[in-house]
Write a protein that binds this ligand. Structure first.
Ligand SMILES: [Zn+2]
Ligand SMILES: [Zn+2]
Length: 190
């Protein structure tokens, strides 16, 4: 299931102001293919509102997908909903009335409508998915993470490590060092 391609031949024949609303969808597999960090979970679904402009078609896309990412604290799977709302502009490469070639402006959110008058939302959706990805995904807001000593997942309960152990060992090492430096100090006077 992938309906990110929309034939806009009839909309291109209309005057500026003509509009259409289309459902958009991409399978969980194609979402995972677009964003390598995610483990697929559910398909992307949403709508694209297309508005005929004087030279182009404006697309306003609203879509969401639930994906699984690695929790940044405990490394377990974290279910995250990626919500997207973005605008992109699509320019015809062929004049639908005359068949002559048209130039596409060279800027970031401008895309080409292909020679079959098909508008492909995939690249814009891919870019927006990357933007929507959280920097530090969490499986839950209160994820306890992993024990720094043994790697135990602390969400499953405490591990056997003594949280005081590191501090205790360092403290006794400090005592030994202090002791040694005192011994090495030359005696004053005599
Ligand atoms: Zn976690
Ligand atoms: Zn531990």
């Amino acid at each position: 299931m992938q309906t990110l391609r929309i034939n806009v031949a009839s909309l291109l024949r209309e005057t500026a102001g003509g509009a259409r609303e289309h459902p958009v969808a991409a399978s969980a597999e194609s979402v995972a293919a677009m964003v390598p960090e995610v483990l697929a979970r559910s398909p992307l679904t949403g709508t694209a509102r297309l508005l005929r402009g004087p030279r182009s078609i404006f697309a306003r896309v609203r879509a969401s997908a639930e994906v699984a990412l690695e929790c940044s604290r405990c490394l377990e799977e974290a279910g995250i909903t990626l919500d997207m709302l973005f605008d992109a502009e699509y320019f015809p490469t062929i004049d639908v009335a005359t068949g002559s070639s048209l130039a596409v402006p060279d800027d970031e959110m401008s895309f080409a409508i292909d020679r079959n008058h098909e508008l492909d939302l995939a690249e814009a959706v891919r870019q927006e998915l990357l933007v929507a990805l959280p920097m530090h995904p969490l499986c839950s807001p209160g994820c306890a993470g992993l024990c720094a000593r043994c790697g135990h997942n602390l969400n499953l309960g405490p591990c056997g490590c003594d949280p005081e152990q590191d501090g205790g060992r360092l403290a006794s090492l400090q005592v030994l060092l202090d002791d040694a430096s005192t011994k090495r100090q030359p005696r004053r006077g005599g």
